[in-house]
Ligand binder design. Structure first.
Ligand code: SF4
Length: 231
């Protein structure tokens, strides 16, 4: 089976435990206002590659990633769950740790299959209400929470990664609400806040599309620490 792959990063250190290969897939049904990877939104014919070929490329990195693993990211990797399931089966033959970096917006049978071979999910819940989620991502908060409930039921380890954007979800009330929403889920082992950055501006300009948060300030590291301490 073939899938749409944007790129393969060989020595990732921030997308899951240890040194990892990070496979960025193409295609995403959301349009987050602060998205850093608008170049992954569309699936492009020229990006097609077979599961066998991409798994082979990843396995060549084995000496570097054997103590870390592989992370499927995007875009939204769950748009191509069948393809990633095939890739994952080949990686599992090498006993590689598999993490899935997702917004949790797709929980169909294919995604459930992919989750059956996933060791850890890096879940970005993005907002804390249906209204804000719809407004800033175009998707549904309820779907993300259903995804989280499924992970809890299956006992799959989850690390929450939450981008904090000034003026959108950066108040102390927002973070306290996030903590309350997440507290019933014992599958969550870590909740990490990530600062909004504008480094992606050039990508938007090159693609000729407007970056809606062009005038939003970046989140400072001191403020991030203050908010993180609330969790
Ligand atoms: S889910 Fe990720 S890739 Fe998709 S629009 Fe949001 S930030 Fe971008």
């Amino acid at each position: 089976m073939k899938g749409y792959v944007h790129s393969l990063q060989s020595m990732g250190t921030v997308d899951g435990p240890g040194v990892r290969a990070v496979l960025f897939t193409e295609g995403c049904p959301l349009r987050c206002a602060y998205c850093h990877n608008p170049d992954t939104w569309e699936m492009k014919e020229e990006s097609l590659i077979s599961a066998e070929e991409i798994a082979g490329k990843i396995i060549r990195l084995y000496p570097y990633i054997k103590n870390g693993g592989v992370t499927f990211s995007g875009g939204e990797p769950c748009m191509q769950s069948e393809f990633l399931y095939e890739v994952a089966l080949k990686l599992k033959e090498k006993k590689l740790h598999i993490a899935l970096d997702t917004s949790g917006c797709i929980l169909d049978d294919s995604t459930k299959k992919l989750l059956s071979v996933t060791d850890m999910v890096l879940l970005d819940v993005k907002m804390t209400s249906e209204e804000d989620y719809k407004k800033h991502t175009g998707g549904s908060f309820t779907e993300t929470m259903s995804f989280l409930s499924y992970l809890d039921e299956k006992g799959i380890e989850v690390r929450i990664r939450h981008v904090v954007v000034p003026g959108i979800n950066d108040s102390e009330e927002d973070i306290i609400k996030l903590k309350e929403i997440l507290s019933p889920y014992s599958c969550i082992t870590k909740t990490e806040l990530l600062p909004f950055r504008t480094l992606c501006l050039e990508k938007y300009e090159n693609m000729g599309i407007d970056f809606p948060l062009r005038d939003t300030p970046q989140l400072g590291s001191e403020r991030l620490k203050e908010l993180q301490s609330l969790l």
